[in-house]
Design a protein around this ligand. Structure first.
Ligand code: SF4
Length: 72
């Protein structure tokens, strides 16, 4: 049997509006917090999300972070 591939959540995985919900069976869901105040957004958007008008980075990268350069 070939290995299975599960795509990640895309933008929702790093968005300030997301709430990660886990059920008792161990499944993970990405709940969009904007859906509570803005009907344009789905409570559980189809994943992965590659483009979203409501996306806000959960934490902006700090200087040098993610540049591939070693620090220290
Ligand atoms: S605003 Fe967009 S990217 Fe952020 S959690 Fe909602 S659907 Fe995902």
């Amino acid at each position: 049997m070939p290995p299975s591939y599960t795509p990640g959540p895309g933008l929702c995985g790093v968005c300030a509006h997301v709430r990660v919900v886990r059920n008792r069976r161990g499944s993970t869901f990405f709940l969009c917090g904007l859906s509570e105040t803005d009907s344009r957004f789905s409570r559980y958007p189809p994943l992965p999300v590659f483009h979203c008008e409501g996306f806000v980075a959960a934490r902006p990268p700090e200087d040098g972070e993610g540049s591939g350069k070693a620090t220290g």
